[in-house]
Design a protein around this ligand. Structure first.
Ligand SMILES: [Zn+2]
Length: 284
């Protein structure tokens, strides 16, 4: 799944191109892509037609178009979902699933999704959040993010540090890529029990998260998966700056020994065995 920087890149592009515009036509080309809209495809198109997009919002990895009147069009990007801006005359993409057209014509919004794990749904908004996003914690780029509160939350959770960083109810927006990069920068191992995490270590790793995400955002995101693209279909280039994630066997940019890959929750974790020792360091 795309992580916060990749989703924020898309949010900014959509804010520029669709905010303030009024929907006139909706074409659902694959029923799976609106399956989360439980009232069905006809209700989906009927409720979207004529609505003005007030703003484009995000929390963590979740993205939605604010339709006003307590409604939002929530985009579930899943593994391969893309929100693209395209000229109405442009040839349909092979995996075009939903087309949204606007009263003012050019350009249109297309939801493209190769694997159809993602989708669109209209959701009720309560306290500023669509209902499926209500349990998602604030992300590190949120102005109201409370650092010390999040550290305390991580310490209270009896788990490993990386699992806590990936827990979207504690802190949102972080996935495998930015967790590994932040842990590498903080020189901490993801398996460290959260109960042993000091407040200073917590501050170090969360500062690293903010830092790496801000840098990735400036680079247009990470295109480690070729499906993470902006609204024009272009990839970011932060993958060139990755120090640990996906770098197994390559030298650690800090100490030069080979980055290792370890199994983690049916996926992989990448870390430096010297800079990020697996056991908590002995206190002197
Ligand atoms: Zn190293």
């Amino acid at each position: 799944m795309p992580e916060l920087p990749e989703v924020e890149v898309v949010r900014r592009g959509l804010a520029e191109h669709v905010a303030g515009r009024t929907v006139c036509g909706v074409e659902v080309r694959h029923p799976r892509s609106v399956r989360r809209h439980l009232a069905g495809e006809l209700d989906f198109t009927a409720r979207l037609r004529g609505r003005q997009i007030r703003a484009v919002r995000r929390r963590g990895k979740y993205l939605w178009l604010d339709l006003g009147d307590g409604d939002a069009l929530l985009a579930h990007l899943g593994m391969s979902g893309q929100m693209r801006i395209q000229h109405p005359g442009a040839i349909d993409e092979t995996h075009l699933r939903v087309r949204i057209q606007f009263v003012d014509g050019d350009p249109e919004l297309r939801f493209i999704d190769q694997r159809t794990f993602g989708g669109l749904s209209i959701e009720e908004v309560i306290d500023g959040l669509p209902i499926p996003v209500a349990h998602i914690a604030r992300d590190p780029l949120d102005p109201l993010f409370e650092l010390d509160e999040v550290i305390a939350g991580i310490q209270a959770r009896r788990t490993g540090l990386k699992r806590a960083l990936l827990d979207q109810t504690l802190i949102s927006g972080i996935g495998n890529i930015y967790a590994d990069e932040a842990l590498w920068r903080a020189q901490l191992h993801g398996a460290q029990p959260t109960a042993t995490l000091t407040r200073a270590q917590g501050r170090t790793v969360l500062s690293a998260v903010t830092e790496v995400m801000t840098e990735a955002l400036a680079a247009g995101g990470t295109s480690f998966d070729a499906l993470y693209v902006n609204i024009n279909g272009a990839s970011g280039y932060f993958d060139r700056s990755l120090a640990a994630y996906g770098q197994a066997g390559r030298p650690c940019p800090r100490c030069g020994i080979a980055i290792q890959r370890e199994p983690f929750m049916n996926r992989s974790s990448f870390s430096c065995p010297r800079c990020q020792p697996r056991l908590p360091q002995t206190r002197i």
